[in-house]
Design a protein around this ligand. Structure first.
Ligand SMILES: NC(=O)c1ccc[n+]([C@@H]2O[C@H](COP(=O)([O-])OP(=O)(O)OC[C@H]3O[C@@H](n4cnc5c(N)ncnc54)[C@H](O)[C@@H]3O)[C@@H](O)[C@H]2O)c1
Length: 469
């Protein structure tokens, strides 16, 4: 089938590449000339495991092309996906300007029936607004009678596992308009998604409003599970229980399941923070309150401070003269996405208290430099006290303590002896509960996880550590 995807970000690039992999003829459009130039030259502007290989394969097979010309993409496609950003506005609501701008551009160029599929995460009613914008653009061209369908098909992929999530979805939510255009859209979407439904039917058909709300409800539910566990972790600390045992104890209940039950430094990323805020805002516009989601948000807000609070409780709030190492900058492993990453709260706070901070991330160093220099309002070269280093061991050289912010695989089983030799102090604040507290104790580290103070500490006998060099 002939497909256009507008937006070459995390969602757009994955959608375009995976649909090309299934044999479709795909044009991916972005207004960012630099981004398109990188893609046309064979590069990939984001880090997503497996994406580069798949993208190159389909580019070489001529099933996947990149352009800045939306006119060419609209002419080419039967189905046009909108996958542009919907960032939060000051009041928390989703900014729809990019989605509506794309709708207007489609209306300026379409000349026959199109299915316009909204993949961006948008508040209920956006499908109707896209339709109005399209109709008005067509009317301006004297094409008021030209038919089209606006479909909602929210995306549920996780960055870091995006290709697998797209290719093996739990479900495909498709919200259809009523009438003949809706029926025509159903036929095209059925064909497009047939490869995903061969084993069993994964498509869930519904009306547009329900599909739009399903996406927000899913993210709010997952965010709530994380905040619930973070709240519970504080209680675990207070009563001497181990949150990881509690996690396993409740996750094994088939009614609850294991996903999204990890206590930590709070959720970040491009979706949960903005989507929970947008949901609260949308409810308020209808005179309602999302009280559970409000609590989820406020727990998360405080949770991003937890590691800083622990550092201050240990060393005092004046951190001058201290050197601290940070492992992990991206909001989660396997991505370079720095949007709303806890590191953007923790690092400026440590710097403002006078600490010298060494930071390392296996993939997100460049993105982190961009994000932190925007947050701190100065270029990296002028950030006194902050050093970006290329290896985990470099980030613990001479430090008084290490803070773990992202659970990258390479941090799971580090060389603790080498670390002990490098570190000035042997203190680890583990914001992702990567290490066994009893093992840390036996290795001579002062260790603080999240909600793990009650962990039994006698499993490993203490042993002598090498002295710092
Ligand atoms: N990132 C995720 O994990 C994820 C998962 C599910 C859903 N979503 C949703 O998908 C949408 C896209 O998210 P993303 O993370 O891919 O965003 P992104 O910021 O990575 O990419 C958006 C792209 O759209 C381009 N763009 C903006 N306006 C344009 C226009 N008028 N014409 C052409 N291109 C334009 C931008 O240049 C950018 O490259 C958002 O609504 C987001 O909430 C994201």
């Amino acid at each position: 089938m002939k497909i256009a995807v507008v937006g070459a970000g995390y969602v757009g690039l994955v959608t375009a590449t995976c649909l090309a992999e299934l044999g479709n003829d795909v044009i991916c459009v972005d207004r960012d000339h630099g981004r398109v130039a990188v893609l046309q030259a064979g590069g990939v502007p984001i880090f997503e495991p497996g994406l580069e290989d798949l993208l190159q394969r389909n580019r070489h097979a001529d099933r996947l092309r990149f352009t800045t010309s939306i006119a060419a993409a609209v002419r080419h496609a039967e189905v046009i996906f909108i996958a542009v950003g919907t960032p939060p506005q000051e009041d928390g609501s989703a900014d729809l300007q990019h989605v509506l701008a794309v709708a207007a551009q489609i209306g300026q160029h379409m000349a026959d029936f199109k299915v316009v599929v909204n993949k961006s995460t948008v508040p209920v009613g956006t499908g109707g607004r896209v339709e109005q914008v399209l109709r008005s653009a067509l009317a301006d061209r004297g094409l008021a009678a030209l038919d089209f369908a606006v479909v909602s098909n929210p995306e549920f992929l996780k960055e870091g596992a995006a290709l697998d999530d797209f290719m093996r979805p739990d479900r495909i939510v498709i919200g259809l308009p009523t009438g003949d255009a809706g029926e025509a859209a159903r036929r095209l979407m059925t064909r497009l998604y047939a490869p995903f439904n061969r084993h069993h039917e994964r498509s869930l058909w519904m009306d547009v409003a329900s599909a739009e709300l399903t996406k927000y409800a899913a993210n709010a539910m997952l965010a709530t599970r994380i905040s619930f566990m973070n709240d519970m972790a504080h209680l675990a600390d207070a009563v001497g229980a181990d949150i990881d045992s509690v996690r396993r104890g409740i996750g094994s209940d088939s009614r609850i399941g294991h996903g999204f039950l990890y206590a930590g430094t709070g959720y970040g990323g491009s979706c949960f923070p903005k989507d929970t805020r947008a949901l609260i805002h949308e409810a308020a516009a209808h005179g309602l309150r999302m009280r559970v989601v409000e609590a989820t948000e406020s727990v998360n807000h405080e949770q991003k401070q937890v590691l800083v609070d622990r550092v201050c409780a240990h060393f005092g709030s004046d951190l001058r003269g201290l050197r601290l190492g940070v492992w992990g900058l991206a909001f989660k492993p396997n991505t370079d996405d720095m949007r709303d990453a806890p590191s953007r709260i923790v690092i400026p706070e440590l710097l403002s208290r006078g600490a010298e901070v060494l930071v390392h991330d296996p993939v997100a160093l460049n993105e982190a430099q961009r994000a932190l220099s925007a947050d701190l309002g100065r270029p990296v070269s002028e950030m006194d006290g902050l050093t970006f280093v290329e290896s985990p061991l470099d980030a613990v050289a001479g430090v008084d303590a290490l803070l773990v912010l992202t659970e990258w695989k390479c941090f799971h089983n580090p060389d603790f002896d080498a670390m002990a030799r490098c570190m000035r102090g042997r203190v680890i604040f583990d914001g992702r509960n990567l290490y066994d507290p009893a093992l840390m104790d036996s290795l001579g580290f002062v260790y603080q996880g999240i909600g793990r103070r009650g962990h039994h500490q006698a499993a490993h006998p203490a042993r002598e550590l090498p002295q710092p060099a």
